[in-house]
Write a protein that binds this ligand. Structure first.
Ligand code: HEC
Length: 79
């Protein structure tokens, strides 16, 4: 699951959030930022699914399993 999350992250998220989650166009996700801002993984998944301001919606682009995989990758590997 985390390997799938890594592949999704590299192809869909890294261009804005940086290869190691250090940030860029989008905010930093590493160093505990994501877990601090989203104590519940479900809230983080909602944001990724729905988008917000400059953050695109992935509702049509990622399945529920893929949303969980990429959210876990940002929390458990980058985080
Ligand atoms: C086009 C650039 C772009 C892409 C691609 C992108 N993001 Fe974002 N992301 C943003 C921006 C900009 C924000 C800040 C949104 C706001 O709060 O105004 C954001 C916010 C977030 C946040 C909330 C961060 C926080 O601490 O508030 C998470 C989590 C996140 N993105 C995850 C992802 C994931 C996972 C992907 C890939 C599936 C992704 N993003 C793809 C630009 C992007």
């Amino acid at each position: 699951m985390l390997a799938a999350g890594r592949d999704i992250y590299s192809s869909r998220c890294a261009r804005c959030h940086g290869g190691s989650g250090g940030g860029g166009t989008g905010p930093k996700l590493a160093d505990g930022e994501v877990v601090a801002n989203f104590p519940e993984i479900a809230d983080q998944i909602d944001l990724i699914r729905d988008g917000k301001n400059g953050m695109p919606s992935f509702a049509g682009g990622l399945s529920d399993d893929q949303l969980v995989a990429v959210a876990r990758y940002t929390r458990e590997v980058l985080g």
